[in-house]
Design a protein around this ligand. Structure first.
Ligand SMILES: *Cc1c(COP(=O)(O)O)cnc(C)c1O
Length: 365
């Protein structure tokens, strides 16, 4: 399938970006800031890039209301890189040897849990694996340890479409949140977690840069084996430029932040995200062909998973939606079915077009 226009792209990541952002990047591609070169071709230590970098951090600080007691790091290696970096940086804070607690609510938190086992004791405090990751275990069943350095959770499970409605209550223990797929989609109180992290490629910009927001007192306790590029204190001391940073990804993330500020910031986009998610879930709930299997209160606003009750229609559904310019609706292979990722940059019109298509498909089925 080839297109001569922009599609509605429901991919989970890399994901759709605002058209204005892409247009600005295109307009500046050959000559950025009158330097006669693109932003990709100039030194990360030059005054133009350094000024851009400061502005990118400031804009993120404004958008997420990040207090000065937190450092913002712009790293490489993705969310998966941080799955290793977090235990290496934080597990030594545990009182009886390296240890952390994990709330496993889907594929991503399970990966974090498995990776952490290499560095210390990873304790499974709760898991919804037996419920096929369609829910979040009841708070009363969580078995938090007394001697863990921190509790890890994934705020939005991108594959299952399961999202924590609030930051979980862990009796004041140190919390670490994977916000790869819902960063900047809703208002959060930064002070409720010690560390927030995620790659940019879902809700911000292209892949290549990983944002780590870390409370300053949590840095400087890393294991000796920690690679320097993932040692938060070393990165903080060098403006995340211990080595060459992903300059183009940082520039694009910056354009994404400016775009979001222009939309009215996180509060305004959260309202729109709710409207989009409600539209889609309300449609699914009244349909006799489609179903969402996630416990209602934990449904993701970003990744809406659904199944066709007649699975024989899956191939037709994908082929026809694709032909209509509604692209990348196939669910992750670990979950099956369908998934519509409706991040910040997906306009309401895209969700309306999807619902119209699905209604029509159901009528014809
Ligand atoms: C995509 C994703 C990851 C993995 O991110 P990478 O940048 O590819 O390493 C981790 N956690 C969640 C919740 C994700 O959605």
């Amino acid at each position: 399938m080839t297109f001569d226009r922009r599609i509605f792209n429901f991919a989970a990541g890399p994901a759709t970006l605002p058209e204005e952002v892409l247009k600005q990047a295109a307009a500046e591609m050959l000559n950025w800031q009158g330097l006669g070169a693109s932003v990709m071709e100039v030194s990360h230590r030059g005054k133009e890039f350094m000024a851009l970098y400061e502005e990118v951090l400031q804009d993120l600080r404004t958008l997420m209301e990040i207090p000065d007691s937190y450092e913002i790091l712009m790293l490489q290696g993705g969310g998966l890189g941080q799955n290793a970096a977090i235990p290496m940086n934080l597990m030594p804070l545990a009182k009886n040897g390296p240890k952390a607690d994990f709330l496993v609510t889907g594929v991503w938190s399970e990966k974090s849990y498995k990776e952490a086992e290499k560095y210390g004791v990873a304790h499974l405090a709760a898991s919804s694996a037996a419920e096929k990751f369609n829910t979040i275990p009841a708070r009363s069943t969580w078995q938090l340890s007394d001697d863990a350095a921190y509790v890890h959770y994934c705020a939005n499970e991108t594959i299952g479409g399961v999202e924590f409605p609030d930051v979980p209550d862990v009796n004041g223990k140190l919390l670490v949140a994977d916000i790869s797929s819902n960063i900047l989609s809703r208002e959060i109180d930064i002070t409720k977690c010690g560390v927030w992290f995620g790659g940019a490629q879902k809700n911000i910009g292209p892949s290549g840069v990983t944002i780590v927001i870390v409370r300053k007192d949590l840095m400087g306790h890393s294991m000796k084996i920690t690679p320097s590029i993932w040692d938060w204190s070393k990165q903080a001391a060098t403006d995340s430029m211990l080595n060459t940073p992903p300059t183009f990804s940082i520039y694009m993330a910056g354009l994404g932040f400016k775009w979001l500020l222009k939309q009215g910031g996180v509060k305004a986009i959260e309202k729109r995200n709710l409207e989009k998610a409600d539209l889609l879930y309300n449609f699914l709930d009244q349909s006799s062909l489609y179903e969402n299997r996630v416990t209602k209160e934990y449904r993701s606003r970003m990744n809406v998973t659904f199944f066709l009750k007649n699975e024989n229609l899956n191939a037709q559904f994908l082929e026809q939606s694709n032909a209509a310019g509604l692209v990348a609706l196939r669910g992750h292979k670990a979950a099956g079915g369908m998934r519509a990722s409706i991040y910040n940059a997906m306009p309401l019109e895209g969700v309306k077009a999807l619902v119209e298509f699905m209604r029509d498909f159901e009528r014809r089925a």
